[in-house]
Design a protein around this ligand. Structure first.
Ligand SMILES: O=C1C[C@@](O)(C(=O)O)C[C@@H](O)[C@@H]1O
Length: 345
């Protein structure tokens, strides 16, 4: 079975997880595709789910199994992206009560039975929960996670090493989220990841929370990104994927590429419209690339003939394919379909 986190990690390709902070996922149905462009995995923040209208105002929140099941199924229907099922407790920066391990386990097992691909399990849950979920996880992968909000934990500390070892005992994937007190924490985080990669092969998600951790969200092999259409970022310092791409370009990690669109004689208006739509797509994802009109037919390595885009199938699908080939990311064609229609009329 292909597994996006493991496959990307082995291929040294960055993975982007998008945490959804809606109380009711179905409220996102019209924008979910757009939110997901370029991303790889949803994080369903179960502790934030609630059937009550309006934003969550209580300090803690314990959603019922029926509601959680309906929400999982709704998200599975709305999108093909795999799901990371996360219950974040109050002391770990979420809303789930700290003393509700029994309810948490019930929800985690429910997630397994719904075919969820990944479950976040905090190292601080009782041993009995850790044992039961690892025993019953089936094909679901366990993301063993540790959070620290104090700003006092260094990536070079024994404390962190201890937490890492606990996570490594039961996790298929390891997640360490530490509040960065200074930018230097991100440098230490980078060295931690570098050393880790020389010794281990399990995927490691290491991020620095807060403004001083933003650098890690740009450079980490597995990162969590938000989107302007999501109610709020699930942790301070989360950037959008477009911002990550812009920063990566400025840091020399994402070179700008130039693409050309060619048209047969008499097709230059169509080719110009196609180029403009690609241009909009790059902008949507914060990619530095440019797409321009390359004159008449004569496809080159960095371009394509507009006739190919229209040869059979839906224009949107052809666009998706070409865009993905150029960027390695899912295309935002649905966002652009109105623009397509208008410009190609
Ligand atoms: O574990 C994490 C990481 C996180 O805290 C972050 O820093 O992006 C965001 C949470 O939603 C998620 O569960």
């Amino acid at each position: 079975m292909p597994d996006i986190i493991f496959d990307n990690f082995a291929a040294k390709k960055q993975t982007f997880i998008i945490p959804l902070t809606f109380t009711d996922i179905t409220a996102a149905k019209d924008v979910i595709t757009r939110i997901g462009y370029g991303g790889d995995i949803w994080e369903l923040r179960v502790d934030l789910l609630s059937p009550a209208p309006g934003p969550l105002t209580t300090a803690t929140n314990l959603p019922s199994p029926d509601y959680v099941e309906a929400q999982i199924k709704a998200l599975q229907r709305m999108s093909d992206l795999p799901i990371l099922f996360t219950i974040r407790t109050k002391s770990q920066g979420g809303k789930f009560p700290d003393d509700a391990a029994k309810e948490a386990l019930e929800l985690m097992l429910l997630a397994v039975s719904c075919g969820i691909q990944y479950i976040d399990v905090e190292v601080e849950w009782p041993q009995s929960l850790l044992g039961e979920i690892t025993e019953k996880k089936g094909s679901t992968k366990v993301v063993a996670s540790y959070h620290s909000w104090t700003g006092n934990i260094r990536w070079t500390s024994e404390e962190l090493q201890k937490r890492f070892e606990s996570a490594n005992k039961f996790g298929d994937i390891i997640k360490l989220s530490i509040l960065s007190a200074t930018l230097e924490d991100c440098f230490e985080l980078g060295l931690f990841v570098r050393d880790y990669n020389t010794k281990f092969s399990k995927p490691l998600l290491a991020v620095g929370m807060g403004a001083h951790g933003q650098l890690s969200r740009i450079t980490s092999p597995i990162s969590l990104v938000t989107h302007p259409l999501i109610p709020f970022p699930s942790a301070p310092g989360q950037l959008s994927l477009a911002q990550v791409h812009q920063a990566q370009h400025l840091m020399g990690m994402l070179p700008r590429r130039e693409f050309n669109v060619f048209g047969e004689k008499g097709e230059s208006a169509k080719a110009a419209a196609v180029a403009a739509v690609f241009q909009q797509g790059f902008q949507e994802l914060g990619l530095p690339h440019v797409c321009q009109l390359g004159g008449e037919s004569g496809a080159s390595a960095s371009g394509f003939d507009v006739a190919n885009l229209f040869a059979g199938g839906r224009v949107e699908d052809a666009f998706d394919k070409q865009f993905s080939a150029w960027t390695g990311r899912q295309a935002p064609s649905l966002v652009l379909s109105d623009a397509w229609k208008r410009s190609l009329e």
